[in-house]
Write a protein that binds this ligand. Structure first.
Ligand code: FCB
Length: 535
C-alpha cells in the first residue's frame, strides 16, 4: 500500500489532537474523596517558625531565623516571624478552624528553641513541652491525627554559634537529643513522626544559594561573606541524613514498640522534563532527579549516594561507614513528599550553559521554568513554581519505582497566587485558582494511586497564610486568609471547597487511620483538666 505525504500529515495531526485531548481531559478530571483508599489522611500543614510568633516568650531562645530576619535586606519588606500568625496564643482557635475543614490529620512542626532553648547544654523547657502537648491533646479530642515534623528549618542560634550547626557532625548528637525529647514527651500520642523537613532544599537554600540562614555561598551561585557552594551542601546533607538515621534508631529501639508509631523523612521533590527533545536533555532530567531527590533518599533506602553522584563528585562526596549504612537503611517507615512544580532540565556536560548549571553540585544540569519564553505551566506567586499537575503523578511514579513502592505521604502541596498591587481581602479570599490547582493535583495523585502507588495521605500547604521565609507575608499559600493588621483568620473559597470535598465521603474519621487511638481520650481529658487547675 502506498502512503501519501498528506496521509502521513493527517495521521500526525490526529495523534497530536488525541494526545492534547487526553491531557486536557486528565487535567480536568473531577476528583472525589472516594477515589482515595479508606484510612487515607487528608490534612493541612504548617511549620513552627512560619506561624507561631511569640519570639522570646515562655523561655524560648532566639533561633537561626529569628536572628536572620533581623539582618536588614534578608527578607522581603523586612518581614520577620516575631509575631507571625500568633499561633502560640491562638492555637485553640486554630484547632477549631482545622476541625471545621473536616480533615483527619494536621501536620505541624516543633520549635527546637522553645523545647530545648540551649540544646543539649540546657534543660527541657516545660512551657515549650506544655504548648505542644496541648496542641496534640486538643487535636486528638477532635479526632484529628497529629502528624509531627521534628525539625522544619529552625534551630537554636546557640548551635550555630557554638559549632556551625549543620556543618558539624556535633549537630547529629544535638538532633538526636531533641528528637528523643519529642518521643519521650509526645510519642504516647503522636503516631506519625517525620524527622527533618526537606534536607535537600535546606542544603540548597542555605549553603548553595545562601538565601536561608546561615547564608553561606560562593561564586557563581552568590556573593556571601562565607561558604563554599560546591562542597558545603554535601556535608550539611550528610549530617542531616545521619541525624535522621540516629534518631530513627533510638525511636525503633526505645519507643516504637511501646508507642506504636511510624517514622519517616520529607523530601522536596520537583519533576524535571527535558528542555529540548534530545537524548542529552532526557539524560539531564534524570540526572537532576538523582542529584536532588535520590541524593537524600538513596542513602536511606540503599545505604549510599546515587551512583550518578559518585561518578561526578568522586571523592568529594562524603562516605558512610558500614555501621552508618546499616542505620540509614533501617531508618524509614515511609517517605514524605513535598511537591509543587516541574521544571525543564538542560544538559550542561556537552552543551553550553550559564555558569550555575555548569557545576558538579548541580549535576551539570541547568534548570529553568521556560522553554523559548513559554512557561512549563501557569505561573504562580513563586518564581520557580508553575502549575503542572501531571508532575505529581510522575514524581510519585518515580519514587514508587526507585524505592520499591515504600509507603508515601504527600506532606505538602499548595498554591500561592501571583502578587498584585493593593490586593484586598475580598479578592484574596475568592481563590478559585487554588481550588482548580488542588483538584488537578489531587486527580493526578489519584491516578498514581490507581496505578499502584502506596500513597497514604495528602496535606495542603498551608492551613493559613503565613511567613513564607524570604518572601515574607505577601506570598499567601493559606486556605485561610490572615489579615496582617488584626491577624483575623477568614476562610477562603478553597477552605470551603476542601471541607466540601472531605465531607462528601464516609471515611473521614481518625479511627480509620489509627485503630484504638480513642482509648487514650480519657487520659487526655484528665491531663487537660489538671493543666487547667495548675494555671
Ligand atoms: C516548602 C517548605 C514550606 C513552605 C513551602 C511553600 O519548601 O517546606 O515551609 O515554605 O515550601
Amino acid at each position: 500500500m502506498k502512503v501519501t505525504v498528506t496521509q502521513i500529515f493527517l495521521l500526525l495531526l490526529l495523534s497530536l489532537v488525541h494526545s492534547f485531548a487526553e491531557q486536557r481531559s486528565n487535567e480536568e478530571e473531577e476528583v472525589e474523596r472516594s477515589q482515595f483508599p479508606s484510612g487515607f489522611l487528608f490534612g493541612a500543614a504548617t511549620s513552627s517558625y512560619q506561624i507561631e510568633g511569640a519570639v522570646l516568650e515562655d523561655g524560648k531562645s532566639p533561633n537561626n531565623w529569628d536572628v536572620f530576619c533581623h539582618i536588614p535586606g534578608g527578607i522581603k519588606n523586612g518581614d520577620t516571624g516575631d509575631i507571625a500568625d500568633d499561633h502560640y496564643h491562638q492555637f485553640l482557635e486554630d484547632i477549631e478552624i482545622i476541625h471545621s475543614l473536616g480533615v483527619n490529620a494536621y501536620r505541624f512542626s516543633i520549635s527546637w528553641s522553645r523545647v530545648l532553648p540551649r540544646g543539649r547544654l540546657g534543660e527541657v523547657n516545660p512551657k515549650g513541652v506544655m504548648f505542644y502537648s496541648k496542641i496534640i491533646d486538643n487535636l486528638l479530642l477532635k479526632g484529628i491525627e497529629p502528624y509531627v515534623t521534628i525539625y522544619h528549618h529552625d534551630h537554636p542560634q546557640e548551635l550555630e554559634e557554638r559549632f556551625g550547626a549543620w556543618l558539624s557532625p556535633l549537630m547529629q548528637e544535638e538532633f538526636v537529643h531533641f528528637a528523643e525529647t519529642c518521643f519521650e514527651n509526645f510519642g504516647d500520642r503522636v503516631k506519625y513522626w517525620t524527622t527533618i523537613n526537606e534536607p535537600n532544599l535546606l542544603a540548597e537554600m542555605a549553603y548553595l544559594w545562601g538565601r536561608y540562614p546561615p547564608a553561606h555561598c560562593s561564586a557563581p551561585f552568590g556573593n556571601c561573606s562565607s561558604g563554599n557552594s560546591d562542597t558545603e551542601p554535601l556535608f550539611v546533607l550528610h549530617n542531616m541524613l545521619l541525624s535522621h538515621a540516629k534518631a530513627a534508631n533510638i525511636y525503633r529501639h526505645k519507643y516504637q514498640l511501646k508507642q506504636g508509631g511510624f517514622i519517616g523523612i520529607i523530601a522536596n521533590t520537583l519533576m524535571c522534563e527535558p528542555l529540548r527533545d534530545i537524548e542529552l536533555d532526557r539524560e539531564a532530567a534524570k540526572r537532576a532527579l538523582a542529584f536532588y531527590i535520590a541524593w537524600m533518599l538513596d542513602p536511606l533506602v540503599f545505604g549510599d549516594y546515587p551512583p550518578e553522584m559518585r561518578q561526578y563528585h568522586g571523592n568529594g562526596l562524603p562516605r558512610f561507614t558500614s555501621e552508618e549504612t546499616k542505620l540509614l537503611t533501617q531508618s524509614l517507615d515511609f517517605i514524605g513528599i513535598n511537591h509543587y512544580t516541574s521544571l525543564y532540565a538542560k544538559d550542561c556536560i556537552h552543551s553550553t550553559c550559564s555558569s550555575d548549571g555548569d557545576r558538579a553540585i548541580q549535576g551539570f544540569v541547568y534548570l529553568t521554568g521556560e522553554r523559548d519564553g513559554v512557561p512549563i505551566g501557569e505561573r504562580t506567586g513563586m518564581r520557580r513554581f508553575f502549575i503542572v499537575p501531571r508532575g505529581m503523578e510522575k514524581i510519585i511514579e518515580y519514587v514508587k519505582e526507585r524505592y520499591n513502592n515504600m509507603p508515601m505521604f504527600v506532606t505538602e502541596n499548595g498554591y500561592s497566587p501571583p502578587e498584585k498591587q493593593d490586593e484586598q481581602e475580598e479578592d484574596l479570599v475568592q481563590d478559585a485558582k487554588r481550588i482548580e490547582f488542588h483538584k488537578a493535583y489531587l486527580a493526578a495523585l489519584a491516578r498514581a494511586i490507581r496505578n499502584g502507588a502506596d500513597v497514604r495521605g495528602y496535606f495542603i500547604w498551608s492551613l493559613m497564610d503565613n511567613f513564607e521565609w524570604v518572601y515574607g507575608y505577601n506570598t499567601r499559600f493559606g486556605l485561610y486568609y490572615v489579615d496582617r493588621q488584626t491577624l483575623r483568620r477568614t476562610p477562603k473559597l478553597s477552605a470551603r471547597w476542601y471541607a466540601n470535598f472531605l465531607t462528601n465521603s464516609g471515611h473521614n474519621h481518625v479511627e480509620n487511620a489509627i485503630p484504638g487511638s480513642f482509648k487514650i481520650k480519657d487520659a487526655i481529658l484528665t491531663r487537660l483538666k489538671t493543666q487547667k487547675a495548675e494555671m
